[in-house]
Write a protein that binds this ligand. Structure first.
Ligand SMILES: [Zn+2]
Length: 486
């Protein structure tokens, strides 16, 4: 019995010592391979993922992340690199310190690095690296940013910024929030580092959230973004009290219409020859007894990519500034007033019968009699394809109906809110100044009067003093299609 017991003990001791040896050997092996372990793990599973967006190509994605297409292909096993499906999750190499899902978004009003960092709970230095930003001024309205994808439960809404002398603790109490949660959410260890007026965010389910961080302004919306030459823009401002608004976009003063319920809207055209790149967007909102709110931010205008028309040859007199200057000035004065009433409530109707044939498009760059391409086509030209009938595209008041040198027999309709239709080169008119016309009402006949090379109807639309793409008005209801959700 004793012997047996001791031999068992011996056997156990042997096994234990063997196990110890194995254990230390394993530790040694582990120590040898450990330094390489995180690298291996990262390259195979923990790379950040980018979800392919509409319009993306491998090249664009590589450029956006500052890597080569080869690196991108090596990190991903793509069956056919020529076909990149929207929604595909692509692993992005070379972004140490980040894992998760990346997405792109267009920077909105008031976007700043600090604000985005708080909203996305993402360090500023990683935002800078992801977007290869060299200056905070590079974030402008309409710029495309790479951002971490937000879980819906984590979505944050802005709360009004600190007032002068207000502490984060007081802000939390006045918004019914947990002060410690607010401090953590905004990555602040002390409220001392917060600057009054800087954007603050709270978890969405917290009470007191508003769409814009101001005591006076609830929200400001500009759509569509980015701005494009020749497009019609809708700007909506919602306030917390009746207010007076003014502003400027690309040097053009904005005229806001009061739609009731503290909502103010303006429909502004972007000039077809507007310089592309960054321009100014300014809004000032004031209300009695409340501090004036000011927004002044850079905004991006993109090219409308309008082609050049073949050179046109016309009667010299019709391009002589002595004749065109006064006529242009007259038209400008006629289309400047913004009538308070909006006469249209549905999309505009085509001003001719079907089949309609467009002979020249809006925005095309033009040269006359061999001169430089300093002109652009201010409307669309319909050729004579069905009949000669011209219809009012939308309801409105006739503010002009007469003969002009360049525009020939011309009619101008005031649709209200600073929106006008110009109808040129008619052979016949059926309306007089002061008449109110309905959409689809017969108002004249197509002719070849004024600066023309043949019979056609030229139709143009003015939006607050700027001619815009008229065809947009045939498939978009301005401003309703772009009004910010309540
Ligand atoms: Zn024309």
């Amino acid at each position: 019995m004793f012997l047996k017991q001791s031999s068992i003990k011996l056997e156990i001791g042997f096994l234990l010592s063997m196990f110890k040896n194995l254990f230390f050997t394993s530790i040694l092996i582990l120590l040898l391979i450990l330094p390489f372990q995180p690298v291996l793990a990262q390259s195979s599973t923990e790379l950040p993922v980018y979800i392919v967006q509409p319009g993306d190509t491998l090249n664009l994605i590589a450029v956006r992340f500052g890597i080569s297409v080869t690196d991108l292909l090596n990190a991903n096993s793509l069956e056919n690199p020529d076909i990149l499906n929207i929604g595909t999750a692509l692993k992005i190499p070379g972004l140490e310190g980040f894992s998760g899902t990346l997405t792109t978004d267009v920077a909105g009003l008031g976007a700043t690095l600090t604000g985005l960092s708080r909203q996305y709970q993402f360090p500023v230095d990683l935002l800078v690296k992801l977007n290869r930003i060299t200056s905070p001024a590079e974030i402008f309205i309409g710029s495309t940013l790479v951002l971490p994808s937000l879980e819906e439960s984590l979505e944050l809404s802005p709360i009004s910024p600190l007032d002068e002398g207000e502490s984060l603790f007081e802000k939390a109490v006045s918004n019914g929030l947990n002060p410690w949660e607010l401090i953590l959410t905004n990555n602040e260890t002390a409220s001392l580092s917060l600057v009054p007026g800087e954007s603050l965010y709270a978890l969405s389910n917290s009470p007191g959230g508003s769409k814009f961080s101001s005591d006076l302004v609830e929200s400001i919306d500009i759509s569509p973004l980015p701005l494009v030459q020749g497009k019609t823009e809708v700007i909506t401002v919602k306030t917390k009290a009746p207010a007076t608004l003014s502003g400027e976009l690309n040097g053009v003063p904005l005229i806001f219409q009061d739609t009731g319920d503290n909502e103010y809207v303006t429909i502004q055209g972007m000039h077809a020859l507007a310089l592309t790149g960054l321009t100014d967007f300014k809004i000032q909102v004031s209300s009695e007894g409340v501090e004036t709110f000011r927004l002044d931010q850079a905004i991006l205008i993109e090219s409308g990519y309008y082609p050049q028309d073949p050179a046109l040859y016309v009667d010299e007199q019709t391009i002589d500034p002595a004749f065109t200057g006064p006529e242009d000035q007259k038209i400008r004065e006629l289309v400047t007033p913004a009538t308070d009433e909006r006469y249209w409530s549905v999309i505009f109707k085509q001003p001719v019968d079907e089949p309609a044939c467009i002979k020249s498009w809006y925005g095309n760059r033009r040269s006359y009699n061999g001169g430089p391409f300093i002109y652009f086509h201010t409307g669309v030209d319909y050729g004579v394809c069905a009949n000669l009938n011209i219809y009012a595209p939308a309801p409105g008041k006739i503010v002009f109906s007469d003969e002009l040198t360049v525009r020939g027999l011309a009619t101008i309709i005031d649709h209200g809110w600073g929106i006008y239709s110009g109808i040129w080169h008619q052979s016949k008119t059926m309306v007089e100044v002061g008449d109110f016309v309905e959409a689809g009402q017969l108002i004249g006949e197509i002719g070849a009067t004024g600066r023309v090379t043949g019979p056609h109807l030229h139709w143009e639309v003015w939006a607050n003093g700027v001619q815009v793409e008229p065809l947009d008005w045939l498939d978009t209801l301005y401003p309703d299609d772009y009004l910010a959700a309540p």
